[in-house]
Design a protein around this ligand. Structure first.
Ligand SMILES: Nc1nc2c(ncn2[C@@H]2O[C@H](COP(=O)(O)OP(=O)(O)OP(=O)(O)O)[C@@H](O)[C@H]2O)c(=O)[nH]1
Ligand SMILES: Nc1nc2c(ncn2[C@@H]2O[C@H](COP(=O)(O)OP(=O)(O)OP(=O)(O)O)[C@@H](O)[C@H]2O)c(=O)[nH]1
Ligand SMILES: [Ca+2]
Length: 653
């Protein structure tokens, strides 16, 4: 609840018992002959209050002698406790008080209270049973006419009858407001509430048979109210739903409850509507809040987008808990158990969300990942897709986990990888090996028509096609793969179409690239010079691990029309010669994807410009000899070392 303090302003005609009610509430007993106006009284939240109740509630007494003060107090109120006690003061409720509130421009909830009810019955015990009818007759026209009137209640400051309850209703008008839930004029739940409750029904219908069975209701009850439902209460609800949907009743023709199956979605909505009509707003709010709804009936941003401190060079991955939740979700929605989610199943899965993430439609989901022969996303693809989503924009993941009904803090479904460390060699920095990451991002760059898209498609296990259609914008593919030893990784491959240069100039994008895959068409003589130019143009790229690839190995290899041939070029950069592969040879592709992953895991070995360790040692050694050879001390030391090394040989021989 946003409000920490709420102000309850008591008003009503002279002598109706305003001051006495306040004292009665605070002291717990009746005191007569009080001063006209009491100073404001602050009542702190007690330990038994709900977490949504305010920290403190201020009760403000008023009198009618000073109109200016009265008006000022009314304007500062959060809720008005309007008291009357007899026929005359009742008449003035609509003739004077409600009019006054409206003319002052107050749009506040009003709790209408008929005090001194001890005077109407012979004794208090009798009051609530015999007098109810009269009260109802008095209250109904006011409730009908003034939507501001939240609830009506009768009290007795003398006998303490329902004084606490009246106070509670004042608080409730703020903490569990009815206005956002129910449209009193048309007598229906408001559309946003209906939408939220439908989503809650979907999430609670675990076995997805469209009924809430006893177990599901019990689980829902425990989630919302922290206790299990009483069997009698449950039977009462079922009977009530059956009764009101029987012939000639209000919901004749509706299916609200089906014996042995459970409560239907309509039944669930009608039940909540009845709660609203009966003034049990807090029950509806209890349900909504358990599912993270705010007072404006949207899901809390704090739940959708929890704060996460992510170091600049870390990445975000799904935790085992996150993967488990997504596996369960997939299996639950794969109704026909064929290992793929078809359109209907996907639509149903996304029903409790605002629709598929924008990122997904932009990346041509499900064709961004593995689909089966019927074009349905498989479990492998589903997990790969979420691994990619989490890597690219983890906020999408936390939000959707909440939409899907992830019960805990969405952060528990994620893990932040260690910040990337840098090492220094020969005066240059390079990326340290990684041990805690399993999702890697690889950029595939190369001349148009060199075969990048075909590579992405084969990565997803799709058959090779001869037809060429140029890639205009970015194109992404994600899949899992296993390295020797059985460790599983996810690899995101991206090509950029016409935007290649723009992306490679963007430092943030390059920072998030784990491996750069430089491809050329070994059957096209004009293909390699493109890469040489590209490496020259973007100096930054030399800090990334790179893998050179010669595509279309099934076609005849030609001499590259370039001042330097591919093998020579890679040698100059101290990286491996291009790997020759073909999208028509699956085993060669496998080799490549493993190589890419290994380059991501051990970036140092694949970063251009670093001679292999042995060559460095040789160079350093030669340098050392030159520096120290002049000193005699070194020579003896050196000789000593050599002798030590030689000795065991001698001994052994
Ligand atoms: N029988 C009965 N008398 C009550 C009750 N509450 C208040 N009274 C009496 O009604 C009279 C007026 O009570 P107050 O509390 O002064 O009324 P008020 O609304 O503050 O009146 P003003 O200060 O004049 O605006 C006192 O004599 C109270 O003892 C009640 O619940 N039952
Ligand atoms: N023989 C043979 N042809 C290939 C191979 N890979 C791709 N092709 C063909 O080469 C042409 C271009 O392939 P794409 O994968 O679209 O090339 P691209 O690099 O994505 O092209 P752009 O999107 O324009 O940059 C297509 O006609 C493919 O069928 C291969 O390994 N062998
Ligand atoms: Ca008073």
């Amino acid at each position: 609840m946003a409000k920490e303090t709420i102000r309850v302003v008591l008003c009503g005609d002279d002598g109706v018992g305003k001051s006495t009610l306040i004292v009665s509430l605070v002291k717990g007993r009746f005191i007569s002959n009080l001063q006209d106006v009491l100073p404001p009284v602050t009542i702190p939240r007690d330990f038994s209050s709900s977490p949504y109740s305010p920290k403190s509630t201020i009760l403000v007494d008023t009198c009618n002698a000073n109109q200016a003060t009265l008006q000022r107090e009314l304007k500062s109120a959060d809720v008005i406790w309007l008291v009357y006690s007899d026929h005359d003061s009742y008449e003035r409720v609509s003739l004077y008080w409600m009019m006054t509130f409206r003319s002052l421009g107050l749009n506040l909830p009003v709790i209408l209270c008929k005090n001194k009810c001890d005077e109407y019955g012979e004794n208090t015990a009798a009051v609530d049973s015999t007098d109810t009818k009269v009260e109802d007759e008095e209250f109904i026209p006011i409730l009908m006419e003034y939507k501001e009137v939240d609830t009506c209640i009768k009290t007795s400051a003398r006998t303490q009858f329902d004084v606490n309850q009246a106070f509670y209703l004042c608080q409730r008008a703020i903490t569990n407001p009815i206005a956002p839930l129910f449209d009193a004029r048309v007598g229906e739940l408001k559309p946003l509430v209906v939408q939220a409750l439908k989503r809650i029904f979907l999430l609670s219908d675990k076995d997805q048979d469209n009924y809430l069975n006893d177990d599901e209701i019990t689980t829902l009850q425990r989630k919302c109210f922290g206790r299990s439902i009483d069997i009698n209460e449950l039977n009462f609800i079922k009977k009530a739903l059956s009764d009101i949907s029987s012939p000639t009743q209000e919901y004749d023709g509706y299916m609200l409850y089906v014996p042995d199956k459970g409560i239907t979605k309509d039944g669930f909505l009608v039940l909540n509507k009845i709660y609203a009509e009966k003034g049990r707003h807090e029950t509806i709010w209890g349900i909504l809040r358990a599912f993270q709804y705010t007072d404006s009936l949207s899901i809390k941003d704090k739940a959708l987008f929890p704060k996460l401190n992510v170091p600049d060079t870390s990445s975000i991955e799904l935790s085992p808990k996150g993967y488990r939740f997504l596996v369960d979700l997939f299996l639950r929605f794969d109704k026909d158990n064929d290992g793929g989610l078809n359109d209907t199943e996907l639509t149903f899965l996304f029903k409790c969300t605002p629709g598929q993430p924008k990122l997904w439609s932009e990346t041509n989901f499900p064709y961004s990942t593995v689909v089966n022969s019927r074009g349905c996303i498989t479990l492998q693809g589903w997990l790969a897709q979420w691994s990619m989503t989490t890597f690219l924009d983890y906020k999408i993941t936390t939000a959707y986990l909440v939409y899907f009904g992830f019960q805990e803090d969405a952060r528990l479904a994620l893990q932040i990888t260690k910040p990337r460390k840098m090492r220094r060699r020969a005066g240059r920095l390079y990326r340290s090996p990684l041990s805690d990451r399993k999702v890697f991002n690889c950029f595939i760059v190369g001349k148009a028509k060199s075969g990048k898209s075909s590579l992405l498609e084969s990565f997803l296990g799709r058959p090779f096609t001869e037809t060429y259609s140029p890639t205009l914008g970015p194109h992404i593919a994600v899949n899992s793969l296993e390295l020797k030893g059985g460790k599983q990784y996810y690899l995101i491959l991206q090509e950029f179409g016409g935007q290649e240069n723009v992306i490679l100039e963007n430092r943030d994008k390059v920072k998030n690239c784990d491996v750069l895959c430089l491809v050329y068409d070994s059957s096209d003589p004009e293909s390699f010079s493109y890469l040489v130019e590209l490496v020259k143009r973007h100096e930054d790229l030399k800090d990334l691990p790179v893998v050179f690839v010669a595509l279309k190995a099934d076609l005849d290899k030609v001499q590259q029309r370039c001042y330097i041939q591919p093998d020579e070029f890679t040698e100059q950069l101290f990286v491996d010669h291009p790997l020759h592969i073909s999208s028509t040879w699956p085993s060669s592709l496998n080799e490549l994807f493993i190589k890419i992953t290994e380059a991501a895991l051990a970036p140092g070995k694949n970063t251009p410009g670093f001679p292999p360790e042995s060559k460095i040692n040789e160079a350093e050694y030669r340098q050392a000899v030159m520096i120290v050879a002049s000193t005699v001390g070194f020579i003896s030391l050196f000789t000593f070392t050599v002798m030590k090394l030689l000795k065991p040989f001698k001994d052994g021989s």
